[in-house]
Design a protein around this ligand. Structure first.
Ligand code: ATP
Ligand code: RIB
Length: 307
């Protein structure tokens, strides 16, 4: 197990259960409504902590009930939130998740306090970043903060993992050069590389483009098909575990947090760690909501033993 610092987003998710997405101009009814703790950064932290990593979080919430709820959730999940600040003039981040009967989701984000995460916030956590095995970030906070965190990590010889989500087409080269391992899904890989990711050949091409941009290791996650890994001599699809998906929210986040618990900082056991991460995500897709669906290490290890 590792020490992991996550610089990222915190959201409260409102989940709108619908049969399928409405057409423009169409009005539809939802069959149910639910709420859950979420946010890409926070989900990754929960996955990391439940996989038994020492997990530190750098982020922001608003001075509101949602913020207090999320801080309680962090405490319950044994996440070190000393570096989570409260923004007095902004709301805690929120996500509205349109969850279709198929298990597919579409998400609308209100960034709120997440966009107040600053270089100064990151600086306060410098000591923790410098002593972490992995530093992980996504794209739901300002880029400057992520770049600052990765600079500190790389100067201290630590390993960085970038989850380039939600999709962005313009990523500063500086950030990619500071990234050891990148984990886009197929849409995000396409946004960055311009290559349509549909089959193994296009996954390979997109991964090569990401290597050309300065990233050492690439994992393109492709939902129920699994993930494509490209690092040193390892270039292959690692299949997902076959399960019935109810809600895929946080599948990618679980994958990253769990991966960071198995992985050695030199990435030498990447394949084996991806199998652990895939098994973890296969639990997440079988339950509703982000935090409530993320498994702990005991559950994942037991399931791997039974396979
Ligand atoms: P999200 O944005 O919903 O968190 P994502 O698009 O970032 O997800 P995915 O590629 O959907 O990430 O999923 C990440 C990993 O989770 C996959 O590589 C796979 O191992 C697992 N996974 C996702 N969907 C399924 C599924 N339907 N059945 C089994 N495993 C799945
Ligand atoms: O990756 C899933 C997460 O994306 C959700 O929990 C939602 O908050 C959005 O940030």
């Amino acid at each position: 197990m590792n020490k992991v610092t996550i610089v990222g987003s915190i959201n409260v998710d409102s989940i709108l259960h619908i049969a399928k997405l409405p057409q423009p101009g169409e009005t539809i009814a939802m069959s149910a409504f639910s709420k859950a703790a979420g946010g890409k950064g926070a989900n990754q932290a929960v996955a990391s902590s439940r996989a038994q990593n020492q997990t530190i979080f750098v982020g922001r919430v608003g001075d509101d009930d949602n913020g207090r709820f999320m801080l309680d959730q962090f405490k319950e999940n044994n996440i070190d939130s000393r570096f989570v600040s409260v923004s007095p003039n902004n709301q805690t981040g929120q996500a509205y998740i349109l969850l279709q009967d198929s298990g597919q989701n579409s998400i609308i984000i209100q960034h709120g306090a997440n966009f107040d995460v600053s270089v100064e916030d990151v600086e306060k956590a410098r000591g923790e970043i410098e002593s972490s095995d992995f530093v992980i970030a996504q794209f739901e906070i300002p880029l400057e903060a992520t770049i600052a965190a990765f600079k500190i990590a790389k100067a201290a010889g630590k390993t960085t993992i970038l989850n380039p989500a939600p999709a962005k087409s313009e990523i500063p080269k500086e950030l990619l050069e500071l990234t050891d391992l990148i984990t886009p899904n197929e849409t995000e890989a396409q946004s960055i590389t311009g290559i349509e990711v549909i089959d193994e050949a296009s996954m390979k091409k997109a991964a090569e483009r990401l290597h050309d941009l300065g990233v050492k290791g690439v994992i393109i996650t492709v939902g129920e098909r699994g993930s494509y890994v490209s690092y040193n001599d390892l270039h292959q699809i690692i299949p997902a575990f076959k399960v019935k998906a109810i809600d895929t929210t946080a599948a990618g986040d679980t994958f990253i947090g769990a991966l960071a618990s198995e992985l050695k900082p030199d990435l030498s056991n990447l394949k084996q760690s991806i199998i652990y991460a895939s098994k973890s995500s296969s639990f997440t897709v079988q339950k509703l909501g982000a935090f409530p669906s993320i498994p702990n290490r005991k559950l994942v290890e037991q399931a791997l033993k039974e396979d």
